[in-house]
Design a binder for this molecule. Structure first.
Ligand SMILES: NC(=O)c1ccc[n+]([C@@H]2O[C@H](COP(=O)([O-])OP(=O)(O)OC[C@H]3O[C@@H](n4cnc5c(N)ncnc54)[C@H](O)[C@@H]3O)[C@@H](O)[C@H]2O)c1
Length: 252
């Protein structure tokens, strides 16, 4: 058997019960990681934990609202007590709000920024002592193609994902000599619960799918291996980079 790429590494995933989160947790487990899976959704989290455990991997499930500094402190304390270090942090938790500039409500703006942008910063802040203790750690933050180019809609989401891109780069520079790499991933249209309604309504006529050179939505299990690459030692000289997984959408 070839060596598993995350053998023994401790990995914390936020938004773990989501489409991309669950695919990533499953892949990480198969690659030998010891997992801390977190989400605000409790029941799906317990289910996912049981599934991963049944596959033979070590897994801890914990509630974590990424916009809460207090909850981050509780979860990182749990990781410290159980494992002493953290090797991989995958910030996947995210929410979307579709309206453009004028139709975005202030409350919705604050919520999206709190979860997507502040949550990513809080996660790195809370986990950094444990990541440093690893000496060979990797953080993967989730931006989007909507963190690279404008769409004319989703004002709060675009602002949050653009911020995640630069937050990741500055963190990469800050921690490059402390054994912590930081990169961002930029999925295109991926068939997950987040956009399922749009896909159900519009199918392949969905405008972003029609603009995608591959002419289809991606699957969560096509994003997870990109996250795995950034998480494992195959990417040991990769930091501050942005990995686009979008079927060519932003290539033109
Ligand atoms: N699906 C896409 O087309 C797409 C494209 C680009 C980027 N992304 C990004 O990928 C990431 C994963 O999204 P997905 O497509 O799997 O969506 P998803 O809706 O299936 O998963 C998102 C997860 O985040 C969790 N979550 C929501 N608010 C939270 C909070 N405050 N604290 C902790 N967890 C919270 C949800 O419970 C859910 O499990 C998100 O950051 C999303 O913005 C998705």
């Amino acid at each position: 058997m070839t060596e598993r790429r995350l053998e023994g590494k401790v990995a914390l995933i936020t938004g773990a019960t989501g489409g991309i989160g669950a695919a990533t947790a499953g892949l990480f487990a198969r690659e030998g990681a010891r997992l801390v899976i977190t989400d605000v959704a409790q029941e799906p989290l317990q289910k996912l934990a049981r599934r991963i455990e049944a596959g033979g991997a070590e897994v801890v499930a914990a509630r974590l609202d990424v916009s809460s500094a207090r909850e981050w402190d509780a979860v990182t304390a749990l990781v410290r007590d159980r494992f002493g270090v953290l090797d991989v942090l995958v910030n996947l938790a995210g929410i979307v709000d579709w309206p453009g500039i004028e139709d975005t409500q202030e409350k919705a703006w604050d919520h999206v920024i709190d979860v997507n942008q502040k949550g990513t910063w809080l996660g790195m802040k809370a986990a950094m002592p444990l990541l440093r203790a690893s000496g060979n750690a990797s953080v993967i933050n989730t931006s989007s193609v909507l963190g690279l180019v404008g769409s004319g809609a989703a004002a709060a989401y675009q602002a949050s994902k653009g911020a995640v891109r630069l937050l990741s780069k500055t963190a990469a520079v800050e921690y490059a000599r402390q054994g912590v790499r930081v990169n961002s991933i930029h999925p295109g249209v991926i068939a997950t619960p987040m956009i399922q309604e749009l896909l159900d309504e519009q199918g392949d006529r969905q405008p972003d799918i029609r603009r995608t050179p591959m002419r289809r939505a991606g699957r969560a299990d096509e994003v997870a291996p990109a996250i795995l690459f950034l998480a494992c030692d195959d990417s040991s000289f990769v930091t501050g980079s942005e990995l686009v997984v979008d079927g060519g959408l932003t290539a033109h």
